[in-house]
Ligand binder design. Structure first.
Ligand SMILES: [Zn+2]
Length: 388
């Protein structure tokens, strides 16, 4: 039994390690699937039809990693009694341990490569939120299975200096790999201390995956995260606080593209402004084949092509990351990408005669990497000698 458990643990870690997943609504999954490399990619499906879509893809392509995320954190705040739950067409259901097992088994029955917990949102700064986090991990640790990733959808405030050590302790206490979602209105990494806190967390927690994110996936993996899942749309690139009526979609599609040189997503309209009077930058990915990045209109076909372009460029960047050795070599590679991006921002400003600011997130990634967080017992020793 024990040997089997260990083998299972290795298997799920090997499925996650250095793998970049694309998080996508079940309706768009087919559009991106052809551009997902089997060995180092995969899909996280969201949306009501995710189970059926997962089953279909896995039946047709059994080697492709596909999992699903019910997005429970967009519906409910976790409580110590009910950290897990699920929204279905019959309404909301709190999940006890057997209910949770049933949902995780259901994901596997529908072909998911591993199960993903339907965890509710974990806020901070409110009475008892540390208790909620601890209860989430404690309940997950009662699961007698080795095929599960525990999603932790946390407020960005958990990443601040005052709370990141507590978060790290709980992630390390988890028997399962943990997929961290950072919630914020807008980009969580623009909040103070978050970029540094995330790096410390990645360095301190060997079984951490960054989930529902953007290019932060690369900063996290450079700093020791096991893997990551990048969203195809803005709403899937960070966590969302629970609100009535969430998950309905209804956003207006406008083409957004990943500009790999700038390590940044931009609206095509912004690129069109920049390149109004000079030759636009082109792209050599499998979709663009040398065409200009400014060409995407807001027609459906162009919105899909823009999405496919971004997936191709993400995997091109990931191929480079994957070719490096984890540790100093990978961090060095990432620092070089950031240095190049800084040069490209300068070049763009010169070429276009406009002001192109270097984004705050990229600035914070250019800073020196922090060291790993001390373990709890070391921290208590430090606290005696002065403020933390
Ligand atoms: Zn392209």
């Amino acid at each position: 039994m024990r040997a089997g458990t260990r083998a299972g643990t290795e298997r799920i870690d090997e499925l996650l390690r250095d793998r970049l997943l694309i998080m996508v609504n079940d309706r768009s999954a087919i559009n991106v699937l052809p551009y997902v490399p089997v060995r180092r990619g995969g899909l996280v499906l969201t949306g009501a039809a995710a189970p059926a879509r997962c089953r279909k893809i896995r039946n047709a392509l059994p080697e492709t990693v596909v999992v699903m995320d019910h997005g429970s954190h967009t519906h409910r705040v976790a409580t110590p009694e009910a950290p897990f739950g699920l929204m279905s067409d019959r309404g909301w259901r709190d999940l006890d341990l057997s209910g949770l097992e049933e949902i995780l088994d259901g994901q596997r029955t529908n072909g998911a490569s591993y199960a993903v917990t339907p965890t509710c949102f974990i806020p901070v700064d409110e009475a008892g939120s540390a208790q909620v986090l601890a209860a989430t991990i404690a309940q997950a640790n009662q699961l007698r299975r080795v095929d599960t990733v525990v999603v932790l959808p946390c407020s960005w405030r958990w990443l601040r200096r005052c709370s990141v050590s507590l978060l790290a302790e709980q992630v390390r206490a988890c028997r399962h790999p943990v997929a961290l979602i950072m919630q914020s209105d807008g980009d969580p990494l623009e909040r103070n201390q978050v970029a540094e806190g995330l790096r410390q967390l990645c360095r301190s927690c060997p079984r951490l995956v960054l989930w529902r994110t953007d290019l932060a996936a690369f900063d996290a993996m450079a700093h020791g995260a096991l893997g990551a899942a990048v969203g195809v749309s803005a709403v899937l690139r960070h966590g969302v606080a629970p609100q009535p009526g969430n998950g309905g979609g209804g956003h207006k599609p406008h083409p957004v593209v990943l500009v790999r040189r700038l390590l940044r997503y931009h609206r095509v309209a912004t690129l069109q402004d920049w390149f109004a009077h000079i030759d636009p930058w082109t792209c050599d990915c499998a979709i663009c084949k040398g065409a200009a990045l400014t060409r995407f209109s807001d027609r459906d076909a162009d919105v899909i092509a823009a999405l496919q372009h971004s997936v191709c460029e993400l995997y091109a960047l990931h191929e480079d990351l994957d070719a490096t050795l984890a540790g100093d070599e990978r961090i060095g590679w990432w620092r070089q990408q950031l240095a190049d991006a800084w040069e490209y921002h300068r070049l763009l400003a010169t070429q276009t005669g406009t002001e192109v600011s270097f984004p705050k997130v990229l600035q914070s990634w250019r800073r020196q990497s922090p060291v790993a967080l001390p373990r709890a017992e070391e921290r208590r020793g430090q606290n005696r000698s002065g403020p933390s």
